[in-house]
Design a protein around this ligand. Structure first.
Ligand code: BF8
Ligand code: SF4
Length: 638
């Protein structure tokens, strides 16, 4: 029955049952043990910012309406929201900082990495105003890395990466509101201070602080990471690969890469290829790397590595009994993987000094010893191959083909086949003529409490049917790919005029068609749809907020998804979340975030042009998004 189902992906249902029968706990079974989340936390009214508390505001006006210090529900809800924003932005900022350091070290020649994306390097350098004439690549790389690191330490002005990517009208608006970030660490530290006991108690001011975190995340996390990764590893190009559990091969040494920062995964992929003879000597047919979460997306985008799982089913991948090692770096790694791994021969290998799991193997990773670390790890996986328990293996044969690698550079290249001088024109024509009604980015997670893939896939299909161009990133891209929305079979879900446009562009570029949805990468790669929107807006001579464009995160799980959404909100793009954003305890905060421009009082739509839409039902959500797209078309005179 439907209530027992956990995923639209049948393979995971098989594994979930297998785990339950074997008495192995996973997130899905743990979620069933606490069927109802705490109502106070869910409403955002629980405060534990000091030792007089924890305090909580009574729900529906019953019980205490202030904490001991006098903080009311509006303040507590806004402050808790900001705390989530900080957490999300900090993760992406660390990602950016590590990548910047890696670029610096590569440029200085004391690292195992080299600059592969030379063209992107020149482009970013030019945008930053760095003189490139007559300079060596390493020299330019160093200047770019230093500019990036400056965004963690400058004390005045605006972040370099913000000026590099934002529209001037937006910058003016952010300046006027006093929310433009100066440097990433400064803003995170300031935000932590303002959320602490006895500091900011003005809910409006706290919500503006959320928007600053959105900008820190968007520019210091997403754009900075994508740009520098493209410089180090090359800009993604069209690739074809596979999704679903059939990508795990019984005869191979299977290694899963899981997490976010692709520095180590790049080396794992490289050394898996180089050490395949050693795997053969151990009785395997070779080495097979598969992806989980965003490290998976990164390896898919640049190397065509197949993907095994998104966030919510990560533990179940181990239950196949065929995984020799799961290599994790940072973020969205469930601690639960270790206990599941202990029921099999799988070795969990943590790699960062600040992300360890008790009981797991730790191999310390640093850029100057990356080759050595990757070799050690791949050899550990090979050594585990003979330890498999053949009684415990469940293998799958089904895979689903998917196209990926849709960087903006790749999209523009495809469009150039239609119009060499003005590549964006065919896309603009399709939007203005109405063949494409608008653009939607379906982003973010899968969530254990949601029926996996269903929200993501349903929103996508509804939008496609109504001729909206859909791009995807993160775990939602896994959902769409697994259900044929990134291969030609899925074209049947597209409305006729959208299908016509996809075919015209695809065929000019030498394909049968573009796939129904375009995989743009990991979660930090939400910079890519943002850049696409900026390019389209600039070309049309309007602001991003004016475009018929929306973002949707149907199966939200992570604070990172919330802060990415906030970045889009600061740019005036409507953002849908399908999971409770935990602000219902304050009508005031809910109104500011979710009310329309015509409503009384101050709200996001009035200030920026877009609003937060919370709707659990994906069909209803898509209908709201379509309405918003049509409203924006009308305002543009389309
Ligand atoms: O950064 S989509 S569940 S894995 S948070 Fe996490 Fe959400 Fe997946 Fe990638 Ni993004
Ligand atoms: Fe209670 Fe105020 Fe302390 Fe929060 S900061 S726990 S509301 S006393």
């Amino acid at each position: 029955t439907h209530t027992q189902r956990i995923s639209l992906d049948h393979d995971f249902e098989v594994l979930y049952e297998k785990a339950c029968e074997a008495g192995i706990d996973t997130a899905f079974s743990r979620a069933k043990q606490t069927p109802v989340p705490c109502p106070f936390g869910s409403a955002g009214v629980c405060c534990r910012h000091c030792l007089e508390g924890p305090c909580r505001i009574g729900l529906n006006g019953k019980g205490p309406q202030e904490g001991i210090c006098g903080a009311n529900g509006d303040t507590i809800v806004a402050r808790n929201l900001l705390t989530m924003m900080i957490e999300g932005a900090a993760g992406h900022a660390e990602h950016g900082r590590e990548t910047a350091l890696a670029l610096l070290e590569a440029s200085e020649g004391h690292s195992d990495y080299q600059i592969k994306g030379v063209e992107k390097l020149y482009q970013v350098a030019a945008g930053l105003g760095i003189e490139t004439n007559g300079k060596a690549v390493e020299d330019i790389g160093k200047q770019v890395a230093l500019k990036a690191l400056e965004d963690f330490q400058k004390q005045a002005g605006a972040m370099n990466w913000l000026t590099l990517h934002a529209q001037q009208q937006s910058i003016d608006k952010w300046d006027e509101l006093g929310i433009t970030p100066v440097n990433i660490h400064l803003e995170i530290s300031k935000a932590v201070t303002r959320t602490s006991m006895g500091c900011d108690a003005d809910p409006i001011n706290l919500l503006l602080g959320c928007l600053t975190m959105g900008l820190v995340d968007g520019f210091g996390g997403l754009h900075l990471s994508s740009d520098l990764q493209d410089i180090l590893f090359g800009v993604p190009k069209l690739v074809k690969s596979n999704f679903r559990l059939g990508v795990i091969k019984k005869e191979m040494v299977n290694i899963a890469v899981h997490g976010h920062v692709p520095l180590l995964s790049e080396k794992i992929v490289e050394w898996s290829r180089k050490l395949s003879e050693e795997a053969k000597a151990a009785g395997a047919a070779g080495i097979n790397v598969v992806g989980i979460c965003c490290s998976g997306n990164e390896m898919l985008m640049r190397h065509g590595i197949p993907a095994a799982s998104s966030f919510s089913s990560q533990e179940l991948v181990i239950v196949t009994g065929m995984l020799e090692a799961m290599i994790v770096d940072v973020q969205c790694i469930m601690p639960g993987i270790q206990k599941v791994a202990e029921c099999y021969h799988t070795e969990i290998i943590t790699t960062l000094p600040y992300v360890k799991i008790a009981g797991s193997t730790h191999v310390n990773f640093h850029t100057d010893k990356a080759d050595k670390a990757a070799q050690d790890i791949v050899r550990k996986a090979i050594a585990n191959f003979p330890k498999r328990d053949h009684q415990k293996i469940t293998s799958f044969t089904g895979t689903v083909e998917a196209y990926a690698g849709f960087s903006n550079e790749q999209i523009i290249e495809a469009l150039s086949a239609l119009n060499k001088e003005d590549p964006l024109k065919p896309l603009l024509d399709a939007i203005t003529s109405g063949a494409i009604r608008g653009v939607a980015a379906i982003v973010g997670c899968t969530n254990v409490r949601e029926f996996q893939d269903w929200g993501n896939v349903t929103v996508a299909k509804e939008l496609l049917k109504n001729n909206v161009l859909v791009v995807a990133t993160g775990c939602s891209a896994h959902s769409l790919a697994k259900h044929n929305l990134m291969n030609m079979q899925g074209l049947e879900y597209c409305g006729e005029s959208l299908r016509g446009v996809l075919k015209a562009i695809g065929q000019a570029a030498g394909l049968e068609s573009l796939p129904p949805t375009l995989h743009m990468g990991s979660c930090v790669d939400n910079s890519r749809p943002a850049d696409l929107l900026t390019a389209v807006a600039n070309r049309l001579g309007v602001e991003v907020k004016d475009l018929p464009a929306v973002g949707s995160c149907p199966e939200t799980h992570s604070p990172k998804a919330l802060v990415i959404g906030t970045y889009f909100l600061a740019n005036g793009v409507d953002v849908h979340v399908g999971v409770n954003p935990q602000v219902s305890g304050s009508q005031f905060v809910t109104d500011v975030l979710c009310n329309g421009a015509k409503d009384d009082g101050l709200n996001l739509e009035k200030l920026f042009g877009g609003k937060l839409i919370y709707e659990k039902d994906p069909v209803k959500a898509a209908a709201i998004l379509l309405r918003r797209i049509e409203e924006k078309r009308l305002a543009l005179g389309l």
